[in-house]
Design a protein around this ligand. Sequence first.
Ligand SMILES: Cc1cc2nc3c(=O)[nH]c(=O)nc-3n(C[C@H](O)[C@H](O)[C@H](O)COP(=O)(O)OP(=O)(O)OC[C@H]3O[C@@H](n4cnc5c(N)ncnc54)[C@H](O)[C@@H]3O)c2cc1C
Length: 435
Amino acid sequence: MRVLIVGAGPTGLVLAHALLKAGVENLVILERRQTVVEASGAGIGLWPHTVRVLDQLGDGILESAQEMVPRMKRNARLGSEGNLILSTDMYEQIEENHGHPFMLFERMRFIELLYTHLPRASDLVLTGKSVASLSQTDKLVSVTCDDGSEYTGDILIGADGVHSITRSLLFGGLEDRRAKLADGFSASFRCIFGCGPLLPGLVPGEMVERSKGPISFQMLISDDTVMWFFYQRLEKMTTNKTYYSDAEMEELADTFKDFEVVEDRSICFGDLWQTKRRARLADLEEGLISQWSKGRVALVGDATHKMLPNLALGGNCAIESAVSLVNRLHNLIQTSPTPSTQELESVFIAYQQERESRARLFTRLSGLMLRHWWLLAKFLGFVGRFTSLENDRTVTDKVLTRISKPGLVLDFVPETQPKTGKVPWDISIVGLSTG
Ligand SMILES: Cc1cc2nc3c(=O)[nH]c(=O)nc-3n(C[C@H](O)[C@H](O)[C@H](O)COP(=O)(O)OP(=O)(O)OC[C@H]3O[C@@H](n4cnc5c(N)ncnc54)[C@H](O)[C@@H]3O)c2cc1C
């Protein structure tokens, strides 16, 4: 069976790893960019259930990741005036609960990790291949790229992100792709995100958050890099695509320059801005599309579900969707090595059914939190006057465990570093005898 994947982002690369584990050797990833590892984006955080999957992908990925990431420890929340209202060892609590830690990566380093550990990476991932058209029959699916090259496979997986061309080619919308978001997606926030070097006074392993009215700020600090996100609510929700110029980004950043980002008020956003390595201003899409597959083609990751990044869930959710799809394909090819279109359609529908409700939950949870962070800050500030919230575990134990505890893993690949914490996984460790 030959599988074509469109896009070498986190989803496409995890799909490739997992398909190789499933015995699908004949695969190709078509990537629009000229290089897979590009200096772009800010950070990406992996929740413990996704770390389980990294372990399963093997080829030394987890070991390399463990050497790369900082030991995350504390979450500090500042009130609207910049005063400290909450400080918890949230990341330590997460690790106690699940065994594996929350891992923070600079995004390009995460892509590099997945790419450099992919067997036969330079043969499997073809760069400079921008998919432009798609056709399928009852037996095969073909795509043509901008450079005129053509690729044919038994299955095609569109892992080409929130503005997926595969989705437009399947369901229409090619004409107004530059102007409109896909049906199901909208944007209510925009965000300046970026990264830069560690400044004196920033503590590695900390996340600092601060909300002030419609503005929210997050900063995650690794051993040598600070990754930051400045969210601003749009005046009106939009379903149009907005393109911002560098001048608009500079202008917006300038309005936030005196926004204090540490509890002793010694560092302002302007300091992060002046020392940044890179930054980008973009609208943040939210939503789910209604149909995730058609015939021999399935969509995975941001192409199907897109959430705000404030809870660090989008990439985790995308990887979990990749896991769900590969589990089902692996199961199918045990009995049907060259599956019919009908068999594939059943698998794709079951995959959507398995993933849709959790993706919707994460999308809503992220949206709810960002919209009401200022209210939460007020509430915590009020409660904190009467009782100490220092190292309170309520949020980690009652809310955050719901993120990782039910997380899917590959059901056919043993875990090499199995870990369990205070909260048992819903899916038991794979590869260990339960007897
Ligand atoms: C500021 C910010 C911070 C975030 N932080 C986190 C976090 O901490 N944790 C987390 O889990 N998630 C986070 N996310 C979300 C996460 O980045 C996405 O969910 C994730 O990147 C989705 O991966 P993907 O592979 O589906 O899509 P993408 O990362 O968008 O990758 C799609 C790939 O497809 C390629 N492509 C596109 N069109 C074509 C074409 N026509 N032909 C060939 N290739 C094509 C693109 O070049 C790209 O390489 C964050 C998002 C943002 C915006």
